[in-house]
Design a protein around this ligand. Structure first.
Ligand SMILES: NC(=O)c1ccc[n+]([C@@H]2O[C@H](COP(=O)([O-])OP(=O)(O)OC[C@H]3O[C@@H](n4cnc5c(N)ncnc54)[C@H](OP(=O)(O)O)[C@@H]3O)[C@@H](O)[C@H]2O)c1
Length: 338
């Protein structure tokens, strides 16, 4: 089989497609022939050497796949072979074949292509945990989605629309038309202007009930300041550190120095909540995640979950796919196809 190997820390030239022996399913596992593997921002940060959760290099990244079950191991129903599925993978997804626990796998909705199905697990589970589970977003409330045109951003927009919340979103200006078409009420260009005063004006000084922030560092402080009373801030990423080489390391240092501390009395007196989310630290809670995933897959049937794939890149073009995300060109998901 072939895999996309991140051979070391660096620019896209460290990505190589290499041949490896085929995996065999262990107990409780299936082997999936991958038809599409999701590319996530974490994969970019891992390549840059800025993602502490990444396996030691050389490594094969990939948190999610869609494909067809090729073989079932001991303790797994052998009739699963031949089924089209979508699965969460604890790395290694960017491969022709992957062995994965059957509990991390779900049937692929028929109406989705393999590319669309691979766009669901990470982006939609993250957005679901942020908005529904931890952010407790309600109808009539308001949410600010940072990077609304990205993978998690579009997923959050689908969920917020279903809940019936008013949606505000920051994004590069070229994405605003698409975001409006997808139902975003208030797109904000945060590249050419400061989004905070714009949001303040749009909300008549009140702020919003929920902010989801994947940028990190000083930006978390700014997002916290944009909360209305009883507002919640969900922190779930540090894209601000993204850069190759020394610049990335300096960004990391800046991030650490600028990360705010939230005092309990300040939270209490301002009626605010803060929380963090790392989907990659929930592998020990498969039952919980499965409940969320089933809700999302029902949403596909009911047509309020609409995974949007911007582009599929061949494994051999993995570097181009990384660059596409780094240059902020993607609207929604980028997937890799064998
Ligand atoms: N904690 C978790 O469990 C979890 C799970 C999934 C994702 N995440 C985090 O969520 C964020 C989004 O992830 P994603 O996979 O959906 O990616 P994505 O949003 O599709 O990532 C690319 C987009 O991010 C925006 N962006 C903001 N800062 C950027 C920077 N410094 N460099 C390049 N792009 C930047 C750009 O859009 P605009 O310029 O249009 O804003 C770009 O198009 C990432 O920070 C990721 O690490 C966290």
């Amino acid at each position: 089989m072939r895999q996309i190997v991140t051979t070391g820390n660096g620019d896209i030239d460290v990505l190589k497609v290499e041949a490896r022996p085929d995996p065999a399913p262990g107990e409780g596992e299936v082997v999936i022939r991958v038809r599409a593997a999701g590319l996530n921002f974490a994969d970019i940060l891992a390549r840059q050497g800025l993602y502490p959760d990444a396996p030691p290099k050389p490594c094969v990244m990939g948190y999610e796949v869609s494909g067809v079950v090729e073989a079932a191991g001991e303790g797994v129903n052998s009739s699963l072979a031949g089924k089209s599925v979508v699965a969460l993978t604890r790395f290694g997804g960017q491969s022709d074949l992957i062995a994965v626990k059957a509990t991390q796998m779900f049937e692929k909705p028929e109406q989705l292509t393999f590319e669309q199905a691979a766009a669901i697990p990470v982006n939609y589970l993250t957005a679901y945990a942020l908005l529904v589970v931890m952010g407790s977003l309600h109808a009539g409330e308001s949410v600010l989605i940072h990077n609304a045109g990205g993978g998690v951003g579009l997923a959050a927009l689908d969920i917020a629309k279903k809940i019936g919340a008013e949606t505000y979103g920051t994004a590069s200006p070229g994405k605003h038309r698409f975001l409006k078409e997808r139902g975003l009420d208030h797109p904000i260009d945060y590249r050419k202007q400061d989004w905070a005063p714009v949001l303040k004006e749009l909300t008549e000084g009140r702020g919003v009930d929920l902010v989801i922030d994947p940028i990190g560092g000083a930006h978390w402080k700014k997002s916290y300041a944009a909360l209305r009373h009883t507002g919640r801030l969900g922190m779930f990423g540090v894209s601000t550190v993204s850069a190759n080489g020394l610049a990335g390391k300096l960004n990391l240092l800046k991030l650490v120095l600028q990360t705010p501390k939230f005092h309990p009395f300040a939270l209490l007196n301002k009626n605010r909540g803060v929380f963090g989310l790392n989907l990659g630290h929930l592998w020990h809670e498969p039952e919980k995640v499965a409940v969320w995933m089933r809700d999302l897959l029902r949403g596909v049937e009911e047509e309020w979950i609409r995974p949007h794939v911007d582009q599929a890149f061949a494994f051999d073009d993995a570097g181009k796919a990384h660059r596409y995300l780094e240059e902020r060109k993607n609207i929604g998901k980028v997937v890799l196809t064998p």
